[in-house]
Design a protein around this ligand. Structure first.
Ligand SMILES: C[S@@+](CC[C@H](N)C(=O)[O-])C[C@H]1O[C@@H](n2cnc3c(N)ncnc32)[C@H](O)[C@@H]1O
Length: 213
């Protein structure tokens, strides 16, 4: 479950870095400030780190560059192939947010960029429960992802994308499982996390959820 997008990512892998560097006009605003956002996230993470949806290892490389131990999880074989080439120092395993190898390393941070929206609401809840079990006390979940403030905000962004002729983006915004601010807040709070949100660009938000003692 939760990996229905993997074929698409196998196809996208070879041109993915081109997209995030702003060369695809449809997704330029989605990935605006991409490198800075990943740099910020990397700096907030505490080792040992578990990263979900590694993609082509752009965030992984930044954390490895800061001498952190990173265990990466990525369901797309093509993404894993490129990630291993770009970041041979990281251990990158086949898996997804819900199914991954059970390693004994104590985890201080669970991080992910632009991937949590691949889970439905019930899958997100299940994943957060598992993160809670996995994290050491005072550990943190730190994500960057597109989310909507509310339904009106979602509709405004879709309308905006359509008006700009960005029809693939408009379709993504409708079909993928981007969360709503209040809904995500409740998911983390119910599991005992102290959660905060910060908008990073028109679409992306930083989500920081701290586990208690
Ligand atoms: C938009 S890319 C983001 C890649 C990278 N984190 C970045 O910031 O550039 C989304 C990644 O999530 C992965 N993915 C898709 N479904 C997933 C799932 N259920 N669990 C974990 N990763 C998933 C995709 O294969 C892809 O590599």
């Amino acid at each position: 479950m939760g990996v229905e997008f993997v074929d698409l990512f196998n196809q996208w892998a070879s041109s993915y870095d081109d997209t995030v560097s702003g060369n695809d006009p449809e997704y330029k605003e989605v990935f605006e400030g991409y490198e800075d956002m990943l740099e910020l996230l990397a700096g907030l993470s505490i080792s040992p780190v578990m990263e979900f949806g590694v993609g082509t290892a752009n965030l992984t490389r930044k954390m490895i560059g800061q001498n952190k131990v990173v265990i990466g999880i990525e369901p797309s074989s093509e993404m894993r192939r490129i990630a291993n080439l770009k970041c041979p120092q990281a251990a990158i395993y086949d898996g997804d947010f819900l199914n991954y190898p059970q390693l004994i390393t104590p985890i201080q941070s669970i991080v992910s960029s632009f991937a949590f929206h691949h889970l439905t609401t019930s899958e997100k809840i299940e994943a957060i429960q598992k993160f809670n079990d996995k994290l050491e006390s005072k550990g943190q979940i730190i994500f960057i992802d597109t989310l909507f403030k509310d339904e009106a905000h979602k509709q405004a962004l879709i309308h905006n994308a359509e008006k700009s002729g960005h029809l693939n983006l408009a379709q993504d915004l409708q079909e993928e499982y981007y969360g709503y601010l209040d809904e995500l807040k409740e998911m983390f709070s119910k599991q005992g996390f102290e959660v905060s949100f910060k908008q990073m660009n028109k679409y992306a938000w930083l989500i920081q959820a701290k586990k208690g003692e």
